[in-house]
Design a protein around this ligand. Structure first.
Ligand SMILES: C[S@@+](CC[C@H](N)C(=O)[O-])C[C@H]1O[C@@H](n2cnc3c(N)ncnc32)[C@H](O)[C@@H]1O
Length: 218
């Protein structure tokens, strides 16, 4: 079972070099390198942008996003667990189950977002099919929230453990965004079935924006 789990998710280990590198740079988790890689490739974050981060604990994506958007931006993170980090004033870290998150209340409080991120992962059991299914449900929920809370032209990134529902998820992202791509981040452990679905240019929502060019896919 442990072997199956190792191939499905991408849990950090205190012996892991990437974990130590993240800590040495002041980030809470090695997951920061995945967002950094995706951001550099797809140009998602920029000063002043407003970011919703689903599954935000322990907080490295909130830390990285906060640096990228700066104090003129906004980062709102939700997780089942509270973040213990001292975060800048433009970061709001909340405890909530994203499956039951009230999007109307979220919009009333913060307005629309420029970027929705999800690094949500289920607590893995070792039963690969059920873990993949629950991961796909979380990804689907992240997309549902993005469709309601993103402005027109906004961007989306969501993690998923690749299983039987993966092609349908890719289709849903393609339908909602002008550009879409599944990405296996280089910072992900070798052999992991973890993928990130990236969507750029939300087709519906508020005012239209011009997208900067995306580098050729690698
Ligand atoms: C891989 S961690 C996120 C790491 C984070 N991106 C970072 O950089 O520190 C996945 C997180 O998803 C959260 N999660 C899973 N299901 C959730 C749900 N239904 N609602 C909120 N958070 C959830 C877990 O609690 C866990 O903290």
């Amino acid at each position: 079972m442990a072997g199956q789990r190792g191939k499905l998710d991408d849990r950090s280990s205190r012996q892991d070099g990437a974990y130590r590198a993240a800590k040495a740079s002041g980030f809470a988790a090695r997951a920061v390198f995945k967002l950094q890689e995706i951001d550099r490739r797809f140009h998602l974050l920029a000063p002043g942008r407003r970011v919703l981060d689903l599954g935000s604990w322990p907080g490295s994506w909130m830390q990285y996003s906060a640096q990228r958007v700066g104090e003129s931006g906004l980062v709102v993170g939700f997780d089942l667990r509270p973040s213990e980090l001292a975060l800048p004033s433009w970061v709001h870290s909340r405890i909530a189950d994203v499956m039951t998150l009230d999007c109307d209340a979220l919009l009333a409080e913060f307005g629309h977002f420029d970027v929705v991120l999800s690094d949500m992962a289920p607590h893995t059991t070792g039963d690969r099919l059920s873990d993949q299914y629950r991961s796909e449900q979380l990804c689907e929920r992240a997309l549902e929230i993005a469709r309601v809370t993103l402005r027109r032209g906004g961007h989306f990134v969501a993690k998923v453990f690749q299983g039987g529902g993966f092609p349908a998820l890719i289709g849903s992202v393609r339908a909602a965004f002008l550009e879409s791509k599944p990405v296996h981040a280089e910072a992900t452990r070798a052999g992991s079935r973890e993928q990130y679905l990236v969507g750029r240019g939300h087709r519906t929502g508020g005012s239209t924006v011009r997208l900067p060019p995306v580098e050729p896919s690698g």
